[in-house]
Design a binder for this molecule. Structure first.
Ligand code: NAP
Length: 329
């Protein structure tokens, strides 16, 4: 496993992290087995992963609760990343979407951040968050100025309740504003071989300014493991039905591309998923791949990609193939 610094902090995280969204289950991911989720976290830690990324919104505290249970007794060996800014408790913030009984609002107001942090600390069973990230950026009408949000985060850091500050789903302009008001150490955008939009702006920006990039959905929610075949279906409201690459015609093109990499897997003695994740963390400016898992076997397989070094010819061939694939229809 490779370990990499988060920005200019003294936090050294495994280049593969455990993404704890799916273990929440709920409307996004469907039913889950909590005992197996905890086994998955233990297996990830045993395989060298030391960073876990979660969020209060991941089934309204369930993911944080499970992470808290899983790390009991091993807190000091783990770096915990969680988030703030998606608020469901009252009408503060700006309405974003409605899911079942919950109205999800974006609120990066200092008063709601302070409340959210206390809840996260309690659920995670800890007195500090290693990396605290604003989950989505503020929108009108209740759009907190970034300077006010950052002043609050800097104060929480001074109190020792958080150790480093990150953003998620943020543009370079928004990161400029954060950097003017405090210390920004990390950015968490969506990035996979099939979704490389940030290569145009966020990735070079972060590279230039010493900001760690934590890529989310690097396996394109499992599609890039090659294990989601043409016959696999998902419950009607599951999130994956809405991802264009999962539509049959697009999925077939992805599976054909992956099939063409079998010789690379043989040469590197790895699985397709490991090949893809190793490619992802080899991209310039990319620091960490947040690989979601809710099965121990998946967590271990993903972790092993952190020890896989791909040669330049392999990296170039995979890029050429995925560029030739173009956009989803
Ligand atoms: N900041 C944000 O806005 C944001 C948004 C999305 C995600 N994230 C973070 O990024 C993390 C990862 O993203 P993600 O969960 O969306 O997508 P992902 O990591 O691309 O995919 C995770 C899913 O892929 C499947 N999978 C993983 N490893 C596998 C393996 N070795 N073999 C076969 N299938 C495998 C599993 O599906 P099954 O469990 O169904 O088998 C797993 O739940 C999240 O957990 C979260 O921490 C952040």
């Amino acid at each position: 496993m490779q370990y990499r610094r988060i920005g200019t902090t003294d936090l050294r995280a495994s280049c593969i992290a455990f993404g704890a969204w799916a273990i929440g289950g709920g409307p996004w991911w469907g039913p889950t087995d909590d005992d197996e989720s905890i086994r998955a976290i233990h297996a990830a830690l045993d395989a060298g992963i030391n960073l876990i990324d979660t969020a209060p919104l991941y089934e309204h505290g369930k993911s944080e609760d499970l992470v808290g249970r899983a790390i009991r007794g091993r807190r000091d060996k783990v770096l915990l990343a969680t988030k703030c800014g998606l608020w469901t408790r009252d009408a503060r913030g700006s309405e974003w979407f409605v899911q079942g009984p919950h109205t999800v609002r974006i609120s990066l107001r200092p008063d709601t951040i302070r409340l959210e942090l206390e809840d996260s600390l309690r659920r995670l069973g800890t007195d500090r968050i290693d990396l605290y990230q604003t989950h989505w950026q503020a929108i009108e009408p209740d759009k907190t100025p970034i300077e006010d949000t950052m002043a609050c985060l800097m104060d929480l850091r001074a109190q020792g309740k958080i150790r480093a500050i990150g953003v998620s789903n943020a543009s370079p302009a928004q990161m400029d504003a954060y950097r003017s008001a405090g210390d920004l150490s990390a950015c968490q955008p969506r990035y996979s071989m099939l979704d490389r939009a940030i290569e145009a702006d966020v990735l070079p920006y972060c590279h230039r300014h010493g900001i760690a990039v934590l890529a989310y959905s690097p396996l394109e929610q499992g599609l890039l493991t090659g294990r989601i075949g043409m016959d696999r279906t998902f419950p009607a409201d599951e999130f994956r039905n809405r991802i264009p690459w999962f539509q049959p015609a697009n999925r077939a093109r992805v599976l054909a591309m992956l099939d063409g990499w079998k010789d690379l897997c043989a040469a590197h003695a790895c699985t397709l998923g490991q090949l893809v994740v190793a490619w992802t963390v080899a991209q310039p400016g990319l620091t960490i791949a947040l690989c979601g898992a809710r099965k121990a076997a998946h967590a271990v397989e993903n972790a092993k990609a952190g020890g896989l070094a791909l040669d330049a010819a392999t990296l170039a061939r995979m890029r050429a193939d995925v560029e030739a694939l173009g956009a989803p229809a």
